[in-house]
Design a protein around this ligand. Structure first.
Ligand code: FE2
Ligand code: FE2
Length: 362
């Protein structure tokens, strides 16, 4: 700590999506203990802070950081409340649905209708900025399946809306998102949640989930062909290298192709190991750089254009802790937009980049 002046902060001040540009300490027996280095605040850090707060321990940051956090808090707090509430409600209902399904081994159509309409509402009411920093709302305690299913359903719903589809088809896309991985309930836990790399044999077992999801729908009386194939074929790739059926570009059902994009986007933005690098901007940038050239380029293009449109004007936090607003994103340089910080336009780059996308000023 040297001579650096520290200031006490209340743990309530830190919210998901905020960015610490210096270390965070707590004091034990008059000695500072490092809690974390500068980072985007996410649910895992908030869980740890809550534990520490129970022990009546004080936390500290550097003086300059404190001022920046104050400003970030002002913007982020308004957004977090509404967004997190709606999101968590939907995830809770999804958890219940998963519990019920794993018990009965059948999809309860009534619960499904309720869940679809709830998700539908989430798509309509929540501004798409919610999707921009999905990972920061998740906690280690969350079961991956419920969160991922809701996320993919919302993304699917958004893409459906961008495509100008009718209500009934948007609802189908949402159903596919909610159910696409439900077959994972049949994959043994020790494989599904294995911390390290899967062996070839284990991966073959995991791959079965697409057919398992499909079979569960059939068994439960779902007959809609678009929903059935959307679920079954969400891991197909246009090059024919996907599974379970190895379909090529024109053979893959439209809704399966859309779900593949939502699925990959969500997997990337939720992955903790990427954390710092997994801002929406960087992920979209990698979509643009054709790293997913086995997805339908027309849908990827629409997805990129719409996401860029949504990101324009959004509130972001920079790697120096400043808060600003995106004013321009060039498609060739999605990762480094122009950002307005208190009236000064900054060209972001590797040295000063966006670390968190919070939303818009409300
Ligand atoms: Fe899947
Ligand atoms: Fe998935």
């Amino acid at each position: 700590m040297g001579n650096q002046k520290l200031e006490k902060i209340s743990s309530d001040m830190l919210l998901s999506g905020m960015y610490l540009d210096s270390d965070l300490y707590y004091i034990v027996d008059e000695n500072p203990v490092l809690l974390c280095h500068g980072t985007v605040i996410d649910a895992t850090i908030l869980d740890r802070l809550r534990d520490i707060a129970k022990q009546d321990v004080e936390i500290f940051v550097g003086e300059g950081t404190y001022q920046k956090l104050l400003k970030q808090h002002e913007y982020v707090s308004k957004l977090n409340g509404q967004i997190a509430k709606r999101y968590n409600e939907t995830r809770e209902v999804m958890s219940e649905f998963i519990r019920e399904t794993s018990y009965t081994n059948q999809i309860n159509q009534e619960s499904m209708v309720r869940l679809v309409s709830m998700t539908r509402n989430a798509v309509d009411i929540m501004q798409p900025y919610f999707l921009l920093q999905l990972g920061s709302y998740m906690s280690d305690m969350d079961e991956l399946l419920q969160t991922h299913s809701v996320d993919v359903a919302i993304l699917n719903g958004m893409i459906g809306r961008w495509l100008g589809l009718g209500d009934d088809r948007i609802e189908k896309l949402i159903s596919i998102g909610l159910l696409h991985d439900i077959g994972k309930l049949r994959i043994p836990d020790h494989i599904l949640n294995k911390p390290g790399r899967l062996t070839k044999e284990e991966f073959e077992v995991v791959k079965l989930h697409a057919v398992y999801s499909y079979e569960m729908l059939v068994r439960s009386g779902v007959t809609d062909e678009e929903i059935l194939t959307g679920v079954r074929n969400h891991h197909e790739r246009i090059t024919g290298t996907g599974y379970p059926d190895g379909l090529m570009l024109n053979e893959i059902p439209y809704f399966a192709k859309i779900t593949a994009i939502s699925d990959i986007y969500d997997a990337m933005i939720s992955k903790r190991v990427y954390k710092e690098s997994a801002t929406p901007l960087k992920i979209l940038d990698s979509f643009y750089r054709d790293q997913f050239s086995d997805l339908d380029p027309r849908i990827v293009n629409l997805f990129l254009e719409q996401m860029i449109r949504e990101l324009n004007g959004k509130l972001v936090i920079l790697s120096n802790g400043d808060v600003g607003k995106i004013t321009y994103i060039e498609k060739m340089r999605i990762a480094y937009p122009l950002v307005d910080v208190d009236g000064t336009i900054i060209q972001t780059g590797p040295n000063c980049h966006v670390v968190s996308v919070c939303g818009e000023i409300v």
